[in-house]
Design a protein around this ligand. Structure first.
Ligand SMILES: [Zn+2]
Length: 410
């Protein structure tokens, strides 16, 4: 697994071109615009995928999972989608994301998907109802970026956009009188691009978890947060309980109901959510509730004023995600097993390199998460660098201006 990172001073350097379009910008703003522009509660712009589109769509996400981004970029056009290599330059440090989104004139509103293959948290943040559950789409991209999670999923339209019902079970009165979910409600439709993408990633990665951010109107007697793992079953790894504990550190006044802990509670428990059913291995995600929860799906319903109103409130969920889901050292573990160009000794904070020799000199840079350079020097192909004892950071090795390798240190 490769880790691409470069600091501001390297902006003019182009790293490996992979065929896709590269853009520089503010990812948060880009997603906010996408949410603002998505089709609203009527208009029927939403469409299910046909069987042949479904096949191509699955291939696309399989390739994303395998980090074959040039192939993704090449085939996305047939589905009126495009892959952007999005360099977010809003913060002190540039960060690379891959954004799969519909083309400007494209007619398929199947959602927007953001990836960072070397992110530290093995987590997908999903926002299926960004327009009805106010601010959840924006809260989602905020939590996604700041927690350094693997993927972000955003629906392509308002959940009520298409008048026709989904074939899947369950009902709601959110689009008017109580009726079967609309087909544009991607949390309740196994033919939706959002759902199919979830299936592919769930099947491909054993360690990925999926958190869905929702919002509800608090009635008298309701808690501020209602969580469900999609079943009444307490999983070994109880993500809901860990998120609750993290939220309480950020705001001790919050109150909770959790489906598998508060067994008398019956509302908003997401048993008809098709992503939850699939992840919990229901016999049929479209029609049957799951009977057990494996802990990899978490549905969070949030009251507005304390959790969704603004960035200050979103930060509570960020705190909870960061405390509930650990960050792991992808680059270092992977490099040891696949391509041992470097390894790290935690005891003396030493990085050992075994790089190809005979070429130009290597340049080593170590910087903290704010992008401040803490150490840089020329190194030889075989060398040992002692890192400053100043906390976690990223390192990068360059060879005559080309990025060679890098990773995170915790
Ligand atoms: Zn919702």
């Amino acid at each position: 697994m490769r880790f691409f990172i470069f600091v501001l001073c390297f902006c003019i350097v182009s790293i490996q071109s992979k065929g896709q379009q590269t853009v520089f910008g503010n990812l948060y703003d880009h997603i906010e615009e996408t949410i603002d522009e998505m089709p609203g509660s009527s208009g029927n712009q939403y469409s299910n995928l046909t069987p042949s589109q479904e096949e191509d769509w699955r291939d696309l996400f399989q390739l994303i999972a395998e980090e074959e981004f040039a192939a993704v970029a090449a085939m996305a056009g047939d589905l009126e989608y495009r892959l952007l290599r999005f360099i977010d330059n809003a913060g002190a440090m540039n960060r690379e994301f891959f954004v799969l989104e519909k083309t400007t004139g494209g007619g398929h509103y199947w959602g927007t998907y953001v990836f960072r293959p070397d992110a530290c948290r093995r987590l997908v943040i999903q926002c299926p109802h960004p327009r009805v559950d106010s601010n959840t789409g924006k809260q989602g991209i905020y939590v996604y970026q700041n927690s350094d999670a693997y993927a972000y999923f955003l629906s392509g339209t308002h959940r009520c956009n298409h008048l026709s019902p989904t074939a899947c079970s369950g009902s709601t009165s959110v689009c008017g009188s109580n009726a079967t979910y609309r087909r544009s409600d991607v949390a309740h439709n196994t033919l939706a691009g959002f759902h199919l993408a979830t299936e592919v990633l769930y099947d491909h990665f054993e360690d990925l978890r999926f958190i869905q951010l929702h919002g509800f109107g608090q009635q008298s007697g309701d808690p501020f947060v209602i969580m469900s793992n999609g079943s009444r079953n307490t999983p070994n790894m109880d993500l809901a309980a860990n998120i609750r504990d993290g939220l309480l550190t950020a705001d001790p006044a919050l109150t909770f109901k959790i489906g598998h802990l508060d067994l008398a509670w019956n509302r908003l428990l997401a048993f008809t959510n098709t992503q939850g059913r699939y992840i919990n291995q229901s016999t049929d995600a479209c029609t049957s509730n799951a009977t057990t929860g494996n802990g990899r799906f978490l549905h969070i319903e949030q009251e507005y004023s304390r959790l969704r109103a603004n960035e200050q409130q979103w930060a509570k969920m960020l705190t909870a995600v960061e405390s509930a889901i650990g960050c792991h050292t992808v680059a270092i573990q992977e490099s040891a097993s696949i391509d041992p160009v470097f390894w790290f000794s935690q005891t003396d904070r030493a990085l050992h390199f075994d790089l190809p020799g005979g070429g130009p000199a290597y340049r080593f840079v170590f910087f903290n998460f704010l992008g401040q350079v803490l150490k840089q020097q020329e190194i030889s192909a075989q060398s040992t660098i002692f890192l400053p004892d100043s906390g976690p950071g990223f390192f990068s090795v360059w060879d005559g201006g080309r990025w060679v390798t890098g990773g995170k240190i915790f």
